[in-house]
Design a protein around this ligand. Sequence first.
Ligand SMILES: [Zn+2]
Length: 114
Amino acid sequence: MKCKKCGNEMPEYRENHSSGYTCPKCGLGWATSYFEPYETDQTEYTIIIFGNDATKRNIRVVAEYANINYLQAKKLIEMPEATLFSGKAPEIIEKKKALIENNISFKITPDFTY
Ligand SMILES: [Zn+2]
């Protein structure tokens, strides 16, 4: 991208949800809001857990991320498939990371590509 005023090369920058160009020579520039694709995704995703052992550790993890008590979590784990959580992409990303860290088997519907 070349500066419209002086023709200098303008480097693109990206920070805190904005991206844009600033001319290092004359200061001309502009910024636009910038969001990661998952941040503007309005799809409601569902995390489904399946095939996990009802160990104390797994139960505790599931209780925490589904926001339910120990007994409810145990029941969920013992079901062939159970909905753990529904929400938008930013929340799903966080929970997905935590589930992977804790070795919980799960799937996400619809296909979650982030
Ligand atoms: Zn310039």
